[in-house]
Design a protein around this ligand. Structure first.
Ligand SMILES: Nc1ncnc2c1ncn2[C@@H]1O[C@H](COP(=O)(O)OP(=O)(O)O)[C@@H](O)[C@H]1O
Ligand SMILES: [Mg+2]
Length: 271
């Protein structure tokens, strides 16, 4: 049965869009049929990160309002054929997303895909509520700093009260994804420790994504990091997170870049 997953946080700039692209791609790379949906109306970043911006013709709002069919708006990824994106509109009003229209589009997506991964806008207002309303599961993206943790706490409260599942008395599975984690700064005490974040938010840890230049490089290339550089530290962290999302139990670690002698030799050999 299809699963709807929302990637949410409250705070902006913590890595939601990056994580939506990487998680969606990693799920598709494992053979699942995946669509990533951009609910960040007005900003429209997901298509850029996915490298699909020049292929956008119709968007989520067109489909919600009945001006385009879903099949006209979905863009199939050129690298992984089980991955699609439903882009957001850059120009339209956020209020164009009506609850009934969104419900209809989500129901249609559930029939076509194994995973529907929704990228949420920042904040705790209507846009974020709309993105999480139909979710079965949530990835709460959090940076190891006080303001991000506080906003994640508020989002967890919303997930437990304002979603369709909550209203039906069902539980929504929540997973914590700690992103932009810098082990050196953590060791110097400049960031919150993982244990402290876990103690405050008390939801299970899905993964720890290290701060890495590879993420910026991937986004400039228009590619999820799991596709542009699958061996990189953030990509390996996302692959592990996605395996946990699918029920595997793996030891928790923060991947680091492989810069051993062998790595250099290997690079030299293939150059
Ligand atoms: N693990 C990471 N390492 C380095 N930079 C990151 C990482 N994750 C996200 N970023 C950068 O942080 C910025 C905000 O990320 P984004 O995914 O757009 O956040 P959000 O969608 O929550 O606003 C982007 O410039 C992105 O490239
Ligand atoms: Mg975003």
């Amino acid at each position: 049965m299809a699963k709807v997953l929302v990637v949410t946080s409250g705070k902006g700039g913590v890595g939601k869009t990056t994580s939506t692209a990487a998680i969606g791609a990693a799920l598709a790379q494992s053979g699942k049929n995946v669509v990533v949906v951009d609910f960040d109306v007005g900003l429209r970043n997901l298509d850029l990160v996915m490298g699909a911006e020049r292929r956008v013709v119709f968007d989520l709002i067109n489909v919600v309002q009945g001006d385009a069919k879903l099949s006209q708006a979905l863009i199939r990824d050129k690298r992984v054929d089980t991955l699609s994106i439903l882009p957001a509109s850059q120009t339209r009003d956020k209020d164009a997303l009506t609850p009934d229209g969104v419900a209809r589009v989500i129901a249609e997506l559930r029939e076509k895909f194994d995973w529907v991964v929704c990228d949420s806008p920042a904040g705790i207002e209507k846009g974020a509520q709309m993105a999480m309303y139909h979710a079965d599961e949530a990835v709460v993206v959090t940076n190891p700093e006080v303001s991000s943790v506080r906003d994640s706490d508020r989002i967890i409260g919303m997930l437990d009260s304002t979603t369709l599942r909550a209203k039906n008395g069902q539980k929504i599975d929540k997973h914590l994804l700690l992103t932009r984690y810098d082990p050196a700064r953590a060791a110097r005490g400049e960031m919150l420790r993982t244990e402290d974040v876990l103690e405050i938010l008390s939801i299970p840890l899905l993964g720890i994504i290290p701060e890495s230049e590879e993420v910026l490089r991937a986004s400039n290339l228009g590619s999820p990091v799991t596709l542009s550089n699958p061996e990189s530290a953030p990509a390996r962290a996302y692959f592990d997170a996605v395996r946990r999302l699918q029920g595997e139990t793996l030891e928790m670690s923060v991947p680091s870049e492989r810069r051993g002698l062998f790595g250099k030799w290997f690079k030299w050999r293939v150059a």
